[in-house]
Design a protein around this ligand. Structure first.
Ligand code: KIV
Length: 273
């Protein structure tokens, strides 16, 4: 644990995140997709673990997040929940499971909650998906919004470049953020937008705003675990800070193991029965 006070051992809930924003305490969020990593991340004191549909990229090797299915998200979320005791676990709703109609959206969210035991869902988009978000909220399922760069819409925009640089798009984003707050979302992710715009949104809404590539003026930060731990070194956007070089550590350890097997150094006398 980063700090060891009693308060820091307390389970993180959606209302606790809102309290954190009120106190000016920053919120740390990181993705995880499996039991073992979720356990390590939770034990380190993470506030929110996001079972992101970035699993499509970093776990399944796809180019976009679009192929992820509801069954796959539930599988990952179920594993993460088993490894987590303190952090709030939020599961992404995958592409195609909530954009069609609100009944289908609710059915998808209910499956996530019932089968994975995640505590909230995250959905990409604003006014276009308002009806689906409202229906899910009305069933008592907490929803985290996601605006700015929304990777599930990559085929519409054709690029992962910074969003909302133009006035019209920035105005729509602010309007959507306020709408998400008003209908009852408990938090909001802003991805890859100008820092000044993200700061303005964080100041104008009462719910926590978690940024990724959105500067330091928001209420918290989220990164993809594989990127920040240096497992996935092929992705180096300006906003990414690498906290470890696990790809080098793993490569060295695995090469060492291969050498030991090839030279019959492993197993030794003490490593056998
Ligand atoms: O899927 C994901 O990992 C995400 C984060 C980048 C916010 O949505």
């Amino acid at each position: 644990m980063s700090t060891n006070t009693e308060d820091n051992k307390r389970k993180v809930t959606t209302s606790r995140l809102i309290e954190m924003k009120c106190r000016g305490e920053k919120i740390a969020m990181l993705t995880a997709y499996d039991y073992s990593m979720a356990k390590l991340i939770d034990e380190a004191g993470m506030d929110v673990i996001l079972v992101g549909d970035s699993a499509s990229n970093v776990m399944a090797g796809n180019i976009t997040t679009l192929p992820m299915t509801l069954d796959q998200m539930i599988y990952h979320a179920k594993s993460v929940v088993k490894g987590t005791s303190r952090a709030l676990v939020v599961c992404d709703m995958p592409f195609g499971t909530y954009q069609g109609n609100s009944k289908e959206a609710l059915a998808s969210a209910i499956r996530i909650m019932k089968e994975s035991h995640a505590e909230a869902v995250k959905m990409e988009g604003g006014s276009e998906i308002r009806e689906s978000i409202e229906r899910i909220l009305s069933a008592g399922i907490p929803v985290m919004g996601h605006l700015g760069l929304t990777p599930q819409s990559i085929n519409k925009f054709g690029t992962y470049a910074v969003r909302a640089k133009e006035e019209a798009e920035a105005a729509k984003l602010i309007q959507d953020a306020k709408m998400l707050e008003e209908i009852g979302c408990f938090a909001l992710v802003l991805e890859k937008i100008p820092a000044t715009l993200a700061t303005k949104v964080a100041q104008e809404v009462s719910i926590p705003v978690i940024g990724i590539g959105a500067g330091g003026g928001v209420d918290g930060q989220v990164l993809v675990m594989h990127d920040m731990l240096g497992i996935n070194k092929g992705f180096s956007p300006k906003f990414l800070r690498r906290y470890a070089d696990l790809s080098t550590i793993i490569n060295e350890a695995v090469s060492h193991y291969i050498d030991d097997v090839k030279t019959s150094d492993f197993p030794s006398e003490s490593e056998q029965y």
